[in-house]
Design a protein around this ligand. Structure first.
Ligand SMILES: Cc1cc2nc3c(=O)[nH]c(=O)nc-3n(C[C@H](O)[C@H](O)[C@H](O)COP(=O)(O)OP(=O)(O)OC[C@H]3O[C@@H](n4cnc5c(N)ncnc54)[C@H](O)[C@@H]3O)c2cc1C
Length: 366
């Protein structure tokens, strides 16, 4: 038997839960489908959110504050800059957003996976713990992350990704700044330490076009920090995952399908941060869905227009920096401090580069 809803949401990360809550609050019937058995687990995140997003983190999701970013350049020179935010318990954070969607009236199916989409008939096949189910929808929100199954079903573009690897390790001395390492060992990415009370998330990301080995450089960084007495040798948790770094999709709306969060490409091309944009795009998409259901035929186009206006300037700057850096990774320039200063958000040189222009496809032209 087919179940019919106004809105079908695929994926219950921050983007999907935010979209579901906004649409359900406006009176839409909403069904959400999530592959994971328990929302938010496993955690695949360094767990930093910018301060304005802290209001979404319930007390049990808050770990500690961060005030500064300490960036190390290839020469060993360090630079500190204010960087205010919150370290969260990401599983609790995601669960809190999903609970808010449920409280607004959305129905959540966990342990359930989107298998196929018939966009003409507006029907989805979902495999659940109790078997294959068919769902009819009026609108669908694709919130299924960097390797969106919805995008694959639609045959639209795959997003370019960096890959990451992260260890959670004991932190020997409490700290309120985050460490960033820029070097030729992490081409197309960087290494990080985010403090979380008595532990830290120590990780790195690289562009697979330049490098595939993440274990050796992460183990080397871990050993150095152990020798310096900053972290413990134990590895308490291992995680990782892909991060989109190519900017927004050519189209955020494809017929009755709306892309949000990582599935849409909202993550920052240099830092890989995406939680704030996932929540913002999810909320706005949920409102636009409600508007469409109420008869506003322009609501989804306005969602796309507003999101591009809000996010593209910062994404374009990041894409411009990625493009400039792409030419240096296998050259001597990758070991020079000034190269990295122009490619990382903590330095004035990053913002001093020419304002990149976007063409009609949302691509940088500089
Ligand atoms: C190692 C790492 C560290 C990061 N650190 C940070 C950080 O510190 N700060 C920050 O802001 N960002 C960080 N990010 C990026 C951030 O995690 C994402 O931008 C954010 O999770 C995007 O939210 P989302 O809801 O769009 O997607 P996701 O959180 O990826 O949620 C998508 C959901 O869809 C589900 N799903 C996928 N396919 C299907 C399917 N076919 N059927 C059903 N369900 C499906 C998945 O199980 C998942 O739960 C990090 C990413 C990685 C990989």
């Amino acid at each position: 038997m087919t179940r019919n809803v106004d809105l079908l949401v695929i994926g219950l990360g921050p983007a999907g839960s935010s979209a579901a809550a906004a649409a359900a609050r406006a009176g839409a019937s909403v069904l959400c489908v999530e592959r994971k058995k328990v929302i938010g687990i496993p955690v695949q995140c360094a767990e930093f959110i910018p301060l304005p997003l802290a209001r979404y983190a319930a007390p049990e999701a808050r770990a500690q504050s961060v005030d500064a970013m300490d960036t190390a350049l290839p020469s060993g020179a360090r630079s500190q800059r204010a960087f205010h935010g919150l370290m969260i318990r990401r599983d609790r954070f995601d669960q809190g957003l999903a609970n808010a969607a449920r409280a607004a009236g959305a129905v959540l199916w966990t342990d359930s996976v989107l298998r196929t989409l018939d966009t003409g008939a507006r029907r989805a096949r979902i495999s659940t713990a109790t078997g294959l189910r068919e769902v009819g929808y009026r609108l669908l929100v694709a919130a299924d992350g960097p390797q969106s199954a919805v995008a694959a079903c639609l045959g639209v573009e795959r997003l370019p990704l960096v890959t990451t690897r992260q260890y959670t390790v004991p932190l020997r001395r409490a700290q309120r700044d985050t460490d960033i390492w820029l070097s030729p060992q992490t081409p197309g990415g960087y290494a990080w330490l985010f403090p979380k009370g008595t532990v830290a998330n120590l990780g790195l990301g690289v562009d697979p076009a330049f490098e595939s080995d993440m274990k050796a450089p992460l183990d080397a960084l871990h050993e150095t920090l152990v020798a310096e007495g900053r972290v413990g040798a134990d590895i308490l948790l291992r995680t990782g995952g892909p991060i989109p770094v190519g900017g927004l999709r050519a189209r955020l709306v494809e017929g009755d399908v709306v892309f949000v969060g990582d599935a849409a490409g909202f993550t920052h091309p240099i830092t890989g941060a995406g939680i704030a944009a996932a929540v913002a795009s999810g909320e706005r998409a949920g409102e636009a869905v409600a508007g469409t259901l109420a008869g506003d035929r322009a609501a989804l186009a306005v969602y796309e227009e507003e999101m591009r206006e809000q996010f593209e300037p910062s994404l374009a700057r990041g894409l411009g920096a990625r493009r400039r850096m792409a030419g240096i990774w296998r050259t001597d320039r990758a070991a020079r401090d000034e190269t990295h200063r122009a490619g990382w958000i903590a330095f004035d040189e990053y913002y001093a580069a020419d304002e990149p222009q976007l063409n009609q496809h949302g691509e940088t032209e500089t």
